[in-house]
Ligand binder design. Structure first.
Ligand SMILES: *[C@@H]1O[C@H](CO)[C@@H](O)[C@H](O)[C@H]1NC(C)=O
Ligand SMILES: *[C@@H]1O[C@H](CO)[C@@H](O)[C@H](O)[C@H]1NC(C)=O
Ligand SMILES: *[C@@H]1O[C@H](CO)[C@@H](O)[C@H](O)[C@H]1NC(C)=O
Ligand SMILES: *[C@@H]1O[C@H](CO)[C@@H](O)[C@H](O)[C@H]1NC(C)=O
Length: 572
């Protein structure tokens, strides 16, 4: 009897244990109004960048070519055939860029290491590039000397080209060991000082744009299979690197290893319709869950397995196009993230849409859904990036319910502009940051465990297949000028204010920020030619509001008082 009860209990525990997930409250979306408040003490504020987008020096000091060098050098791949050959010249401008970070007073800087810069062919046994190691070592030391915590991503899309040519890149399982060797070298060389490691930045893009649509390097169009296979190897690689760190380095170095996943939020068109809710959930599972579910719960999301499996069968395939993990692999992968990096930019409305199953197999038709946008959402930059701040709070709450409330660092959040003419008065970016950061604050109050925020990005930089046509920077770069001068946009001052106040402490603080917005929108009416002088002009105009106006005002009052006294005397 007692034994039966015990067995019953054991079964119950076994059934309950894997389901860390709570239900996400789909129907409760109350964005509410602006929330005044500050972030918890110790909240990390920072900015980010990535190697290929900023460093330039693509073939200098022993660096090997990456898939992005090869991709951008082949004509017709990148808008305007632009390349990252020199980008922001970040390789030569580390000291200058650290000055910008100091100016912003950030706590951390998120950067990525270029694998082929320290291993030219990607294979440790073949070649190490001491100059590349020295470069990152010096960069990390300079950041620390300035009290800026480095958060280091091991991979932001620039695979050594040799590995692509020899093995087919992420299609090949051999990447796991090559990447693990590379990661271990980084832990060995830099891990005494770097305590926050990201294995992969936004692997969704690596898989989907690299191997499904071919819009990104290596430019392969392996519809319906390639992305799933690449992702499968990436997830296994991530797990292997986490285990390497855990068994070899953690005890001594005491750092954290996580992954950075970027996902939009998918909101059901009608949250009261089960069909729409299911479609929205599939949207998120096919983006975020694809990577997060194996890492936090041990396998691909059920809906992903069901849908890709069903479609594969309809297409007459013997096995699903979505690979499977063995039981051992599931156990090995589950729990391999000390924190979850989250990149987030925008939101979509989602509804169910069936695709005829005879059509070519594609990751995009597998989930049977359609994405919509609300035309009233502001889209200041490119046509994919609508500003929908409340979507961020929803996404963060979804993560909390699905993955057991993990420790989160926001690793990418920001907005770009597409105007060819350079504008320093980036009022829309100020509004975007204000809205999105405020929603993080609301999510914190909902109990989400966010510990840091990274604005994306420090500089305007090479935007992959969009070349230099999209600008995400808080600092503007004049790319036509060979010195690549950096200029602060208005958002620099706004972000500085948020950092120094650690949030939005009271209405008065925000009011002055609002005046600030108004001030810059006023400036925007005049098409200020973009030149060196602009910054001093901004400083000058700030002086006008902050010193001259109050002074004139005070003088007026004093004069009135004197006149009043005279008037009263003459009449008494
Ligand atoms: C880029 O290269 C392609 C292919 O050679 C060519 O057709 C196109 O005109 C080039 N574009 C520019 C802006 O040079
Ligand atoms: C990296 O910097 C650390 C700290 O200054 C130093 O001890 C180490 O020797 C450097 N390593 C390399 C490869 O320069
Ligand atoms: C992986 O690389 C090996 C060695 O080059 C090769 O034999 C194998 O066919 C590759 N596998 C795939 C799936 O490309
Ligand atoms: C991580 O390392 C510790 C110490 O070596 C070990 O006890 C623990 O089992 C490891 N965790 C996993 C999941 O392997």
């Amino acid at each position: 009897m007692r034994r039966d009860a015990l067995r019953c209990w054991a079964v119950l525990v076994a059934v309950m244990a894997p389901s860390v997930a709570e239900d996400f409250p789909w129907t409760k979306n109350n964005p509410g109004s602006f929330y005044y408040g500050t972030f918890p003490a110790g909240f990390l504020w920072g900015v980010g960048s990535s190697a290929y987008q900023t460093e330039g020096a693509w073939d200098r000091d022993g660096k090997g070519p990456s898939i992005w060098d090869a991709f951008s050098h082949s004509q017709g791949r990148v808008l305007g055939n632009e390349t990252g050959d020199s980008a922001c010249d970040g390789y030569y401008r580390v000291k200058d860029d650290i000055q910008l970070l100091k100016e912003l007073k950030v706590n951390h800087y998120l950067l990525s290491i270029s694998w082929p810069r320290i291993m030219p062919t990607g294979i440790k046994a073949e070649q190490l590039n001491e100059k590349g190691i020295q470069f990152y070592n010096d960069t990390i030391n300079s950041l620390l000397e300035n009290n800026i915590t480095p958060i280091v991503s091991l991979y932001h899309w620039d695979l050594p080209q040799a590995l692509q040519e020899k093995y087919g890149g992420w299609q090949n399982i051999s990447m796991i060991n090559y990447f693990n060797d590379y990661a271990n070298l980084c832990f060995e060389k830099f891990g005494d000082r770097v305590k926050h490691w990201i294995t992969f930045s936004n692997p969704w893009v690596m898989a989907e744009q690299g191997y499904e649509t071919g819009e990104h390097a290596p430019g392969l169009k392996l519809g319906g299979c390639g992305a799933y296979k690449a992702a499968h190897h990436i997830i296994k690689t991530h797990a292997k690197v986490w285990h390497s760190y855990n068994s070899t380095w953690r005890r001594e170095q005491r750092g954290m290893v996580g992954i950075s996943l970027t996902s939009a939020w998918g909101e059901p068109v009608d949250p009261h319709s089960q069909t729409d809710r299911d479609a929205a959930e599939r949207y998120i599972q096919f983006h975020l869950g694809w990577f997060a579910n194996p890492i936090y719960r041990g396998d691909y999301p059920e809906v992903m397995k069901n849908y890709v499996g069903k479609k594969s069968a309809q297409q007459g395939l013997g096995t699903s196009r979505l690979p499977t993990f063995s039981v051992q692999e599931k156990t090995y992968i589950k729990g391999t993230s000390d924190f979850l990096g989250i990149g987030h930019f925008t939101t979509r409305y989602v509804l169910q849409k069936s695709f005829p199953f005879l059509q070519v197999s594609s990751y995009h038709t597998d989930p049977d859904l359609a994405e919509l946008v609300d035309p009233s959402w502001p889209a200041p930059g490119p046509k994919w990036l609508y500003s929908v701040p409340w979507g961020f709070r929803r996404l963060l709450n979804f993560i909390k319910t699905q993955y057991g409330n993990p420790l989160i660092y926001v690793t990418e959040n920001g907005v770009s502009e597409t105007m060819q003419c350079s504008q320093l008065c980036d009022e829309w970016r100020i509004q975007y940051l204000k809205g999105y950061i405020n929603e993080i604050l609301k999510a914190l109050n909902d109990g989400v465990n966010v510990k840091g925020y990274t604005a994306w990005s420090l500089l305007d930089k090479f935007e992959w297949n969009k070349g230099f046509s999209e600008r995400f920077g808080l600092y503007h770069i004049d790319f036509k000028n060979k010195n690549k001068p950096r200029y602060p946009k208005a958002s620099v001052d706004y972000y500085k204010k948020i950092i120094s106040a650690n949030g939005f402490p009271n209405p008065r603080e925000v009011m002055s920020a609002a005046n600030f917005d108004f001030f810059f929108s006023f400036m925007c009416k005049y098409h200020i030619e973009f030149q060196e002088t602009t910054y001093s002009l901004i400083t000058h105009m700030e002086m006008v509001t902050e010193i001259v106006l109050p002074t004139v005002f005070t003088l007026c009052i004093l004069i009135s008082i004197v006149l009043l006294i005279f008037y009263l005397r003459n009449h008494s």
